[in-house]
Design a protein around this ligand. Sequence first.
Ligand code: FES
Length: 135
Amino acid sequence: MTDKPKDNVIMPGRGPIAEVDVSHLKDDGDAQGFTYEDSFGMDAEGFVMRWKGDWVAYENRCPHWSIPMDAVENEFLDPSKSFILCPMHGATFDVDTGFCFQGPCHGDTLEKYDVIEIGDGVVEIRNAAPKIKLI
Ligand code: FES
């Protein structure tokens, strides 16, 4: 039996949704938007961000009004570069988790994607593993 890393296991709905050139993203907070087709066949937007020497990726849609959060293209952080900021009404999100800790959508969470480096400065974006809520 072969032990495969979990990221190589393609579960239903977990296939790649985009490949993004991130070779130009060097510093924390540098981000690159991308587009993809969601599971309903609709055009959708996401972004991948350099963060703490790793990558995070989220759907570019504020849970409050379902609008993109980069009023300036590919800029998602507040001026202190500490959290993701929706400039429309000031919702603030934790960069690591996407959790909204202040603003009109307090308690909601950005849709998060898995990010896998595939080489040559390119990452593959995948739907994240399903969230399982224990009750
Ligand atoms: S649309 Fe993002 S906080 Fe209102």
